[in-house]
Design a protein around this ligand. Structure first.
Ligand code: BG6
Length: 482
């Protein structure tokens, strides 16, 4: 019964990004358009991304698409990886743009030019002993799969994803040990467009489609685990969920029960299937409450067997904020969030974008997840989206970010002492990139500043913020927060 009072020696300190939010080069070297490429900047983005309206905007001239240019990482990745190495990154989480490898998603043969980019990117990381951590699909499915196949509710997508996963797992299995199958798979509750390619014309409003899409993704994820483990038993293939610790507003049992359901439906449902290998007991209750037409769901015996057999090796999750469940009153203050909003917690402060900052919530999340699954955990996203000011001498004093991250590191350390098996930490947007929910550049998360504004003006020059030097020390000292 020895208390672990420090981070493990092999702890994976690093940072996280996603292809569509930083690469740019959206139509170069054979890349096809992805779902992220048709999300405009401005207020329409949120409306579209959350599936309330969609007119295949890539065809509409009036919009600006920030993901098309990203931060031009496609051309500057060497400079960026060098900066990560300077901070001492042990790992770097990024995603492979599906539409770079299979431009339309339904081809049989991969686009070699697309693979060449990831060959170079991976080798660049390895040059500095940075372990790549790859998300196979991060909100960037080929557009054609949404447009012509109706998104993930179509079973054919399982086969298309399987081809994609096989190509990248096979090609990189000797160089990349850590993988995740789908980014924030549970986010379909709020963002069915980005995570499932479900738009209103594909039936995004009907939970029957969302559940069918989830089922297909679960099977696809299981097949990726199967392929990966058959190729190389050393590979670690995880799921990835969006976790928002949720509190009942008060001791009213009605709120407590509602919160328990919120935890099951939002935080646990997908991970329960991917980690435990079967649908949890409360699935029937959930299907009923979301008016799912069970007679329409296509779930085969073979699917069930595959889910049971090919469960994930670890749980990756994002953690930014916590939530409050209150169902007995309608006069509460509300807060926003990119995917989640709800009742304000009077004990917490919010970021400029209304996300409630709650480091203790991370310690709680780690305990809840570890109690439930007893599998290694990996915090693969965490961070503060904030507006940074560049001083006349070029310095960026982002003490608010240092403060946010410090508190979350302290919380992780406490969770390790609580007995949690934690593998690593990759704060989100280690270099400033395009915001997923708003398309803004001004919502910055990085240790590295990128000179680019919301209108697309700027030199794209990279510079080091104060948090860059702070994180360098954190990594060097293996997590010592002063
Ligand atoms: C997560 C996503 O939900 O949050 C990322 O996996 C996203 O893609 C991140 O960028 C932060 O959200 P936002 O909307 O501030 O970019």
């Amino acid at each position: 019964f020895e208390i672990k009072d420090k981070f493990p020696e092999n702890f994976l300190w690093g940072g996280a990004t996603a292809a569509n939010q930083l690469e740019g080069a959206w139509n170069r070297d054979g890349k096809g358009p992805s779902i992220a490429d048709v999300l405009p900047s401005g207020k329409d983005r949120f409306v579209i991304a959350s599936g309330q309206d969609f007119v295949w905007q890539a065809e509409a001239e009036k919009y600006k698409y920030p993901n098309h240019r990203g931060i031009e990482h496609y051309d500057r990745f060497k400079e960026d990886i060098k900066l990560f190495a300077e901070m001492g990154f042990k790992c770097y989480r990024f995603s492979i743009a599906w539409s770079r490898i299979f431009p339309n998603g339904d081809e049989a043969i991969p686009n070699e030019k697309g693979l060449e980019f990831y060959d170079k990117l991976i080798d660049e990381c390895l040059k500095y002993d940075i372990q790549p951590v790859i998300t196979i699909s991060h909100y960037e499915m080929p557009l054609k799969l949404a447009k012509d196949y109706g998104g993930w509710k179509n079973r054919k997508l399982i086969g298309f994803y399987e081809n994609f996963a096989r190509v990248v797992l096979k090609k990189y299995q000797k160089k990349v040990r850590y993988w995740m199958t789908f980014n924030e798979i549970n986010s379909a509750f709020h963002f069915p467009v980005m995570s499932q390619g479900l738009v209103p014309s594909n039936g995004a409003k009907d939970f029957t489609n969302i559940f069918q899409a989830w089922h297909n993704q679960f099977v696809a994820s299981a097949l990726a685990v199967k392929i990966g483990h058959e190729l190389n038993e050393d590979l670690q293939i995880g799921c990835m969920i969006l976790y928002a610790t949720s509190y009942a507003y008060d001791a009213n049992p009605v709120n407590q029960m509602a919160n328990l359901k919120q935890m099951q439906d939002f935080n646990f449902f997908c991970a329960d299937v991917q980690v435990r290998g079967k649908y949890p007991a409360y699935t029937a209750r959930m299907l009923k409450e979301y008016n799912v037409d069970i007679s329409k769901l296509q779930i085969t015996k073979e699917d069930i067997a595959e889910l049971a057999k090919y469960t994930v090796d670890y749980i990756g999750f994002s953690y930014y904020m916590s939530m409050v469940t209150e169902v007995t009153r309608d006069d509460q203050n509300v807060v926003s969030g990119n995917l989640l909003g709800g009742v304000a917690n009077p004990f917490l402060k919010s970021s400029d974008w209304g996300w409630q900052i709650d480091p203790m919530g991370l310690r709680i999340a780690l305990n809840e997840l570890y109690d439930r699954y007893q599998k290694p955990l990996f915090v693969v996203e965490n961070g503060l989206g904030a507006k940074d000011v560049v001083e006349t001498n070029g310095a960026i004093h982002d003490d608010y970010r240092i403060d946010y991250l410090s508190q979350h590191i302290v919380a992780m350390k406490a969770a390790i002492a609580d007995g949690v098996d934690l593998m690593g930490y990759t704060p989100w947007g280690c270099i400033d990139l395009v915001s997923a929910s708003t398309g803004e550049m001004s919502k910055r998360y990085g240790f590295v500043y990128v000179d680019l504004d919301d209108k697309g003006n700027g030199t794209l020059a990279r510079s080091r913020k104060d948090s860059f030097y702070w994180y360098q020390k954190i990594i060097k000292s293996n997590g010592k927060v002063k």
